[in-house]
Write a protein that binds this ligand. Sequence first.
Ligand SMILES: NC(=O)c1ccc[n+]([C@@H]2O[C@H](COP(=O)([O-])OP(=O)(O)OC[C@H]3O[C@@H](n4cnc5c(N)ncnc54)[C@H](OP(=O)(O)O)[C@@H]3O)[C@@H](O)[C@H]2O)c1
Length: 294
Amino acid sequence: MADLMGKTVLLTGATNGIGLEAAVTLARMGAKLVMIGRDPKRTESAAADVKRRSGSEQVSWLLCDFASQASIRRLADQFRAQHDRLDLLVDNAGGVHDRRTLTEDGIEATFAVNHLGYFLLTNLLLDLLKKSAPARIVMTASQAHRAATLDFDDLGFEKGYGILKAYNRSKLANVLFTRELAERLKGSGVTVNCLHPGVVATGIWSRAPWFVRPVLGVVAKLFFTSPKKASETITYLAASDEVANVTGGYFEHNREVKPSRLARDPQVAKRLWEVSERLTGLATAPATGNAASA
Ligand SMILES: NC(=O)c1ccc[n+]([C@@H]2O[C@H](COP(=O)([O-])OP(=O)(O)OC[C@H]3O[C@@H](n4cnc5c(N)ncnc54)[C@H](OP(=O)(O)O)[C@@H]3O)[C@@H](O)[C@H]2O)c1
């Protein structure tokens, strides 16, 4: 197992599924691990579970609801107050919404949590990552990005929402963000890569429409990857020497593969960056794109 001895690691979506299993491995590798969850009881209990299973005492937790930009900003502030370096950031928290939902910031929730959550937290911690270089960023994307469409005039699906359409778009945004960020981080000593973890038996499927859940339960047991196996691509990108100098990549099963054509379009990635900057208040310059009804 590769070594993360003494490295400071922040992992989101650490309370369940793929993130929880990644947390156990990262703690076993010696990381000083900060697990992020949104519910105090669930997060405390997940951290206790990780300590028990990894045998590490270097596990702590902080709270953040990625559906709230104020909460993301609070997390970044709290993290800075407690840590003066960040060697590895794993953006993994994500989910689906069976009905179109707007966040308190007025943004369609799938896009807000799955993409803008990664975008805002990463940008707020970027100077700490640069200061700690060589450092790494790993983002859990999905092969679902291959089915995505992208309409900058209706990012939030005002004209016809679908649970999968919204999810696919958010995961496309993860790949585009990875590639544009890698360009911007060239020469900084900070790498960024994203991954598809497989089709995995996790809590994410419990939010599927009710009528497909019974079938899904059976299919999941028979064919889906385990969260433990799925977390291996995260921990590979987090720690392996083989990818120490690789950046901007999209990985499946520890192998770099080509993402979709749309995901490889640098103009689209640049435009998404600008829109995301505006939607998160990181830039004041006007950019086109409507992520919600607002
Ligand atoms: N499962 C798959 O087949 C699959 C395939 C491709 C990609 N992925 C990606 O893998 C990542 C992890 O998902 P998973 O499959 O492990 O699902 P999961 O078991 O449902 O875990 C999702 C994690 O994200 C957290 N989360 C969700 N919404 C949040 C919010 N608004 N604020 C803070 N935390 C939030 C959850 O916290 P709570 O415990 O509080 O709910 C949980 O820790 C996601 O990015 C997902 O898109 C999954």
